[in-house]
Design a protein around this ligand. Structure first.
Ligand code: AGP
Length: 571
């Protein structure tokens, strides 16, 4: 969470930083700020809420910027980054958490703290240490003293230099002929250059005199070549759609096709390698969070069908349950490739000798770089905080993986069927949204492969429409939840063809007066003739449409739901 960016070059830094912050907005949007250096020192701008182009600093060629997702200290202008040293020489932006900020603060003398953040201690630390040390020595000192995770950008307004250092949080460097950038990911500067390198933990970079030097914690120079990355950037303004979410839902048929093409061409080898690793290992454990976890539940369902003994664990609980060893393959599933809980699960498993593979969307992400084999879901940049097209592509990738292991799955007309489903059901979703918008609770039931979809629709209703929702196995209703079903309670049932078991669960809720909403071949929402695997996609897009229109009906900030961020880089 939180996005950082820095730039030194020939372009106007406030503009470069503002554009970068716009692209990094999905990482946090509680507040934002930037610092640039001019003739007389630092020029600082901080704002609560939305980015405003008219509020940037004066023209300059060097600066840093930040989008905040609050962890320590409430959302306020004072707590917005950058934080500044008492002597106004240094400004700092930070993504992560400094766990020992109190101890560090106690070791420093006579600094005035203005914010309630953990991050402010960094700038006072650098200020105090540079009383007797060089800036680089102070950074190395910090790397040796700080506990926690951090990607930090530091602006020295006296020498007009930039520094960046990291541990645990992502940090990328961008290079073009005219300037040097750093950012939380490649989006930060993808509008300017596609040449990049990634910093590893306990490394820092010095940006001065039109170039950069990469060093480790002992001050030793590191030689690392930049690489060109291929990444088609989505339009930040969604023009013909009201929100990114609906644009992204409607792109699902196209993104699935794109993934399939890649799995039969440039990703053919990595898909095979992943399949081989799965078949070679005694134990296969998937790990993921949120929506990606729901996709992995479907993945496990499909692989079990193919005779592979696999399981999936929620990443934040991984260490409490798993027994990984050198015979274990851990497959991380993540859109961003930066989720801290997933990265921790990977580190933990590596420590036990396990092999790591991954399924990610963002190219060159930390999770991808830590994996022996990684397959990309190829959904392109997703801007709405809620994952929609990336979920569909993760599931589509699992279908191909299961097919690769030998099971016969018929999904050749999937993209067409999804388009048809959207076309036939969008109007119905808009209509039903008017009714659902005032509901406090919604239940979604499914069985077999429809169960993870029920959970996924429930997650969407919570995060985007702010409605309490529970996605569950139809068969579990009678073990407790049925007590909550009363006259008018909405229950959405996912009913693939010929599924008598879920039909009896539907009867159970209807007998208690539920407002029964059926997604079926003939029901309130209608899907074309399809296999159970295809049904999971069709039910998913209907659930997404329903969520979108309910949130829209309520006038909610669909693409940027409160309290959330797209890339969750804290534990
Ligand atoms: C999805 O709609 C959510 N915003 C969230 O659950 C997300 O899926 C989760 O944080 C995992 O993210 P990742 O896929 O980037 O690892």
């Amino acid at each position: 969470m939180c996005g950082i960016i820095g730039y030194k070059g020939t372009e106007n830094a406030p503009e470069v930083i503002f554009n970068g912050l716009k692209r990094l907005e999905y990482r946090g949007y509680d507040s934002w700020g930037m610092a640039t250096a001019n003739g007389s020192g630092l020029d600082i701008v901080k704002q609560e809420g939305e980015l405003e182009p008219s509020k940037t600093t004066e023209e300059s060629n060097i600066g840093i910027g930040h989008n905040r997702w609050a962890t320590h200290g409430k959302v306020s202008k004072t707590n917005a980054h950058p934080h500044v040293s008492c002597d106004n020489r240094f400004a700092v932006v930070h993504n992560g958490i400094i766990e020992n900020w109190k101890e560090l603060k106690e070791e420093l003398n006579g600094h005035e703290y203005v914010s309630g953040t953990d991050s402010e201690v960094i700038v006072h630390f650098i200020e105090e240490k540079t009383g007797t040390e060089t800036v680089e020595e102070a950074i190395r000192d910090f790397l040796n003293s700080a506990k926690g995770s951090f990607a930090v950008g530091l602006l020295d307004s006296k020498e007009k230099n930039l520094f960046a250092f990291k541990r645990g949080s992502p940090l990328a460097l961008g290079v073009d002929g005219e300037g040097i950038f750093f950012g939380s990911d490649i989006y930060a500067f993808s509008g300017y250059t596609n040449e990049s390198l990634f910093l590893e933990d306990n490394e820092y970079v010095v940006i001065e005199n039109g170039g950069f030097v990469l060093k480790d914690v002992s001050g030793k120079r590191i030689q690392r070549k930049t690489r060109k990355f291929e990444w088609k950037e989505e339009e930040i303004d969604q023009k013909e759609f009201d929100h990114h979410m609906i644009k992204e839902i409607k792109s699902i048929p196209r993104t699935i096709q794109k993934l399939r093409t890649s799995l039969h061409s440039e990703q053919r080898e990595s898909l095979k390698e992943l399949k081989n690793l799965i078949q070679e290992h005694e134990k296969v454990i998937f790990t993921a969070s949120g929506t990606s976890y729901h996709a992995s539940l479907l993945g496990v369902f499909l692989l079990q069908k193919a005779g592979v003994e696999a399981q999936t664990l929620i990443a934040s609980e991984f260490e409490n349950y798993e027994r990984a060893d050198e015979n274990t393959l851990v497959v991380a599933v993540s859109q961003s490739g930066e989720t801290k809980d997933v990265l921790d699960a990977i580190e933990h498993s590596k420590g036990k000798g396990a092999t790591i593979a991954s399924i990610v969307n963002v190219p060159h992400s930390s999770i991808e770089r830590k994996s022996t084999v990684s397959v990309r879901v190829k959904a392109g940049q997703e801007i709405c905080v809620a994952a929609t097209k990336t979920f569909a592509n993760q599931v589509a990738l699992f279908l191909e993986l299961a097919r690769e292991t030998g099971i016969d799955l018929k999904t050749s007309e999937l993209a067409e069927k999804i388009s048809e489903t959207i076309e036939k059901n969008e109007g119905k979703a808009k209509k039903l949204a008017k009714e659902l918008k005032d509901k406090k609770d919604i239940y979604i039931i499914g069985r077999g492969p429809a169960y993870p979809v029920a959970r996924e629709i429930a997650l969407k209703l919570k995060e985007i429409a702010y409605i309490h929702a529970e996605g569950m196995m139809g068969g579990e209703l009678k073990h407790g939840t049925l007590a909550l079903i009363e006259e008018g309670t909405p229950v959405i049932s996912l009913i693939p063809e010929n599924s008598s078991e879920i039909e009896s669960n539907v009867k159970e809720v209807e007998a208690r007066g539920a407002n029964s909403i059926r997604i079926a071949s003939s029901g309130d929402f209608e899907v074309p003739e399809c296999t159970p695997e295809e049904f999971t996609f069709l039910a998913t897009v209907i659930g997404f449409l329903l969520t979108y229109y309910t949130a829209k009906e309520k006038g909610l900030p669909v693409d940027k739901p409160r309290n959330l961020a797209k890339s969750v880089t804290v534990r």
